[in-house]
Design a protein around this ligand. Structure first.
Ligand code: ADP
Ligand code: LRH
Length: 495
């Protein structure tokens, strides 16, 4: 007795997952069909996507979904910026490379020799980050130009999976807007940026809006797996923008914080904000569902905890996320702070060691135990959220009543409470599976089951449990925030 049944694929760093979404006309329920590792593979010093294995997992998910009956459509999202190159026969030229690979080191500065930083930001409205597609492509141009010469097409990861399923090569708008090759105001590829960086224009395919039905699962695959040829819908291929669709906000102006491997903090807007201030603060504009844009900061996020957890595993100490949270809870508050976005924390490796070194450099007490490290990460993230929010507010000149936190990270009650305290704001937390729910809602909007974004958010509000956190101990958090700001400024001077 359901109306529609769809499958959402979300490729995150913590895992890849396929979720079945069932819509009964008033509520969306989700059920996990398949969860799998999406760990990168290092070969010869390069960090790759294990792309064929991921496609295998897509097929496994399709097989596992068979007992649930007809799947009306499928939608795929991934993190931003990564891509594959295809040759003229539509074959992969190499395994796509992961954005945490070191190949983009130094590419920001190199790009400014080709196009001025001001003009670059003015066109793209993107936060400069070395991981962006533009700098990945520039590194190819500089170091392995033969690959670019052989390439016929570049497809961003969700578009690649859509192509592998349907044979259709298109670029979905939200994922295009993470590349820093996209003209934010005109919502097209930027010839100026592409030409300045010397990237062949022919690589770029047509841009389609989020929620475009691009085709059906190919006959080959449907025969191989003995499944129906369901529609494939280009959802918001960028996971952050799918997550934003499911933010259960009622007001037009709100702050969201998507909390997973990355923390994305921002607000939804109708037109990009690109001016001297937003450029100074390095705030990004990204394209979202339904012609919306979002004005947000990329903050390094729970990567710091994930990677510390992995380091401790390498040292023979295994903890779950909830165990780490308990250890942090019982550790001394406000012992030391880091700037979570300091470049030293981006590459994989020994994060606890780098945190200790940071504290030594900035003349702070050095965290010793696992609990102290995790406490330092959580407090520093909460303060960085406040710091970024102040920059955003300075640009939009708006005041926001509540913050909506979504994503896997909200399972940390400690982080939610600290965020409410640091930002002195009510925090509404939920849903955990925001990206998947947004992905599902976009599929349902594409087939007119759900009218529009407002209605989608209402349905998600009614379908999911939302928790509320209220600021406590605000005076102390305000005082400590001043220290946090001094620390992150003094580090800028030291390095
Ligand atoms: P991704 O961006 O990789 O898709 P998710 O949205 O799945 O990330 O969030 C994963 C993160 O959520 C983990 O890295 C971890 O920090 C946090 N997390 C997951 N489960 C818990 C838990 N039980 N307690 C605290 N934090 C958790
Ligand atoms: C979050 C995210 C973020 C950035 C980064 C690469 O998962 O998509 O918005 O683009 O990953």
């Amino acid at each position: 007795n359901f109306k529609k049944q769809v499958l959402a694929f979300d490729f995150g760093a913590s895992s890849g997952r396929a979720m079945l979404g069932v819509y009964d006309g008033t509520k969306i329920s989700i059920e996990e069909i398949h969860r799998f590792s999406n760990d990168p593979v290092i070969v010869g010093g390069t960090m790759y996507w294990d792309v064929l294995r991921q496609f295998f997992e897509i097929k496994q998910s399709l097989i596992k979904s068979k007992p649930f009956g007809k799947i009306d459509s499928i939608g795929i999202d991934t993190w931003g910026v990564d891509f594959a190159l295809l040759d003229e026969y539509g074959q992969l030229l190499e395994n796509p490379i992961h954005y945490r690979d070191g190949r983009t080191s130094g590419m920001l500065e190199k790009s400014f020799e080709k196009i001025s930083k001001e003009e670059f930001y003015d066109i793209t409205g993107n936060q400069f980050m070395e991981i962006n597609t533009a700098f990945q492509l520039l590194s190819l141009k500089e170091k392995r130009s033969h690959l670019l010469e052989r390439a016929d097409v570049m497809l961003l990861m969700p578009d690649l999976f859509n192509y592998l399923l349907t044979g259709k090569k298109v670029t979905e708008n939200s994922i295009a807007s993470t590349t820093q090759l996209f003209d934010a105001k005109n919502r097209t590829w930027s010839d100026k940026v592409i030409n300045s960086l010397g990237i062949p224009k022919k690589l770029f395919t047509e841009i389609v809006p989020s929620g475009t039905i691009i085709g059906k699962i190919s006959e080959d695959i449907s025969e191989e797996l003995k499944i129906d040829m369901s529609d494939v819908i280009a959802v918001a291929g960028h996971d952050t923008q799918s997550a934003l669709v499911s933010v259960p906000a009622m007001e037009d102006d709100f702050v969201f914080l998507s909390c997973g491997t990355w923390s994305l903090l921002g607000t939804e807007i109708d037109e990009p904000i690109i001016n001297e201030k937003s450029s100074y603060y390095n705030i990004t504009n990204e394209g979202g569902y339904g012609n919306k844009a979002s004005f947000l900061k990329n903050i390094i996020g729970l990567w710091l905890i994930q990677e510390s957890k992995r380091q401790w595993e390498r040292e023979g100490k295994t903890y779950s996320f909830s165990e780490l949270e308990e250890l942090a809870k019982s550790s001394k508050p406000f012992k030391c702070f880091i700037d979570p976005d300091d470049p030293v924390f981006v590459p994989a490796g020994n994060i606890p060691k780098r945190i200790r070194e940071y504290c030594i450099k900035t003349n702070q007490e050095v965290p010793k135990t696992e609990g102290e490290i995790v406490r330092c990460i959580n407090e520093s993230l909460a303060f960085k959220y406040r710091y970024s929010l102040e920059e955003i507010k300075d640009c939009t000149k708006k005041d926001y009543k509540a913050m909506y936190m979504v994503g896997g990270g909200i399972q940390s009650k400690l982080l939610c409470q600290m965020t409410a305290n640091a930002c002195n704001m009510e925090v509404s937390a939920g849903p955990v599976e925001a990206t998947v729910l947004g992905n599902i809602a976009i599929q349902l909007m594409a087939t007119n089951e759900i009218k529009d974004l407002k209605e989608a958010r209402k349905i998600i509000r009614n379908s999911q449990d939302i928790s509320h956190y209220y600021p406590t101990n605000v005076k102390v958090w305000n005082e400590k925030y001043e220290i946090f700001k001094e620390i992150i400024k003094s580090k800028e001077i030291v390095t």
